[in-house]
Design a protein around this ligand. Sequence first.
Ligand SMILES: [Ca+2]
Ligand SMILES: [Ca+2]
Length: 219
Amino acid sequence: MRLNAWIVSFALAGLAAAGPAAAQTYLNSSNITVTVGAGTSPGDFNNTFNNGATITKVIDAPSADAEEFHNQQTHIWYTADSLGGGLELRFDFQTEYDLSVLHFWNYTSEDYDVDSVSFTFYSGANVQVGTLSVAPALGSSPGIRAQDITLAAPLNVRYVTAFLTGSNRQVDFQNIGFTADVSAPIPEPETASLMALGLAGLLLAARWQRRRCSMASGS
Ligand SMILES: [Ca+2]
Ligand SMILES: [Ca+2]
């Protein structure tokens, strides 16, 4: 019984060791990519976009608590045409993450700020794993800091689509960011076999040690 308990705890420890140590990561231009999605409505980027070359301005905050000032180098301003609609962004996190906080740096006045964002989250296999709609607060002024929105999920997210709209067709903001943990991988078959092999070896060693002790005490 005691040995069984020991085996179980050893196996659990082995499983824990098989995954990487959890460490919170701030996702920005150093570890993820963003592009303008095909779902973007006809509209105008008002000279802040450079034909897409500068879209990384929306993921360039160095940390979740960074402060940005509103100028041509830091923000994106998009105006949907008279039919309405919005701006679609597509994020690729490069690997799967469990999301814990959404950070949004909005513009500072109602005339141009983002009024609604609809997120759709996908796994590494491109399977939808969640949606989220937020009405972000106005940005702080003059230095713009992020509004932090705590998320309990989704988990195992690699791709994200964000559709940003303004009630007056104006979409102006500084950054979108996420705080996340790398998702724990499901152990590969090889890893499981290696763990089983290690466990068998350890049991053999323990048995051999017991035999050696009993032989020593018997002599
Ligand atoms: Ca920015
Ligand atoms: Ca607005």
